[in-house]
Design a protein around this ligand. Structure first.
Ligand SMILES: Cc1cc2nc3c(=O)[nH]c(=O)nc-3n(C[C@H](O)[C@H](O)[C@H](O)COP(=O)(O)O)c2cc1C
Length: 309
């Protein structure tokens, strides 16, 4: 009996991924660091740690707080900057044949434009605009919470970048629908959602008859945010036509199917990489196994079947 070939591929404006499992920015390094745990090339793509024009050392003090079903981080976009990325990381990505999406962030629209121009010049085939980081003082989330500002930013970047342009949305907004529409109308090829949810951890110690309080305010991620992400993706899928890449607490194959059922075309895995560094590769294998077992030959067939229920 002939063996059916499986087609799990996803294509967004010329950017081709062999499957819909992607690792999320800030949780998987810059290039092949996770090769010691799994086959990074087996993934649809990786999203690089967020890159800014200049290197950033990030926030001082406590940056991570473990909480029920997740974690809070206030890393503050620590990164090596675009110059070092091009010099040290890009050659490794190209040499290893890893499909990747460059995540970029800035303080001003000009920062985003310059980074997009650099990506264009260096033939980088996909970028993700981080307009949703809650952990920095200026820029970034300011662009992702106002629909007019976001629309104008995406439009400016679009004029300077012709390949796959993904806009990463924040859940910390009043109207998910309006923000997603602004990204689409500005010229995005896809949106990814969600970035972290604004949160706070409090640790109280009682020492020598007095309370001592430590707090960490930042972005909440992990399994506890999955319901927020499902609701966000479900709502925006009803108003935009461009592909949605779902992010938020995805850990298991069932999670992936749930996000397909509300309209996602691909998914990103974030915090789960910290507990199981091969989590994303396992999801690729689980997806393949399910499709073979239940006779789905291509991804859109599976996505339509689960969406139509
Ligand atoms: C430690 C850490 C660092 C992150 N850094 C970035 C970043 O640089 N750029 C970005 O767009 N998102 C960043 N994120 C957000 C993730 O990419 C993702 O959107 C979020 O964690 C939700 O997915 P998850 O619940 O699967 O982790 C970071 C998340 C964590 C936990």
């Amino acid at each position: 009996m002939a063996v059916k070939t499986l087609d799990l591929s996803v294509e967004i404006n010329g950017f081709e991924m062999k499957n819909p499992i992607i690792t999320a920015s800030g949780t998987y390094g810059y290039n092949n660091e996770f090769d010691v745990f799994c086959d990074v090339k087996a993934l649809g793509a990786i999203v690089t740690k967020g890159i800014t024009l200049e290197p950033r050392s990030g926030n001082e003090g406590e940056r991570i707080f473990e909480t029920t079903g997740g974690m809070i981080n206030r890393i503050g976009l620590e990164n090596i900057g675009i110059e070092a990325f091009l010099k040290e990381k890009l050659p490794v990505l190209n040499k290893c044949g890893i499909d990747f999406i460059l995540n970029i962030a800035g303080n001003t629209p000009e920062d985003y434009i310059k980074l997009a121009q650099i990506a264009q010049k260096n033939n980088i085939k996909a970028i993700e605009l981080n307009v949703s980081c809650p952990n920095v003082q200026h820029g970034c989330i300011e662009f992702g919470t106002n629909k007019q500002t976001l629309y104008e930013l995406v439009q400016m970047v679009r004029k300077n970048y012709e390949h796959c342009l993904i806009v990463k949305l924040s859940p910390n907004v009043t109207s998910a629908e309006e923000i997603a529409e602004a990204a689409q109308n500005g010229g995005a090829d896809a949106v990814s959602a969600i970035n972290t949810v604004r949160g706070m951890g409090v640790k109280l110690d009682f020492l020598n008859g007095r309370f001592k309080k430590t707090t960490v305010s930042g972005g909440l991620s992990g399994q506890c945010i999955k319901p927020v992400a499902l609701s966000f993706v479900d709502r925006i899928s009803k108003v935009i036509d461009i592909p949605i890449i779902a992010i938020g607490g995805i850990t298991s194959f069932e999670d992936v199917l749930e996000f397909f059922s509300v309209g996602a075309k691909a998914v990103q895995i974030g915090t789960a990489n910290f507990t199981h560094p091969n989590a994303a590769e396992k999801l690729v294998n689980d997806l393949k196994k399910f499709m073979i077992q239940y006779n789905f030959s291509n991804l859109s067939e599976l996505q339509q079947a689960v969406k139509g229920v």
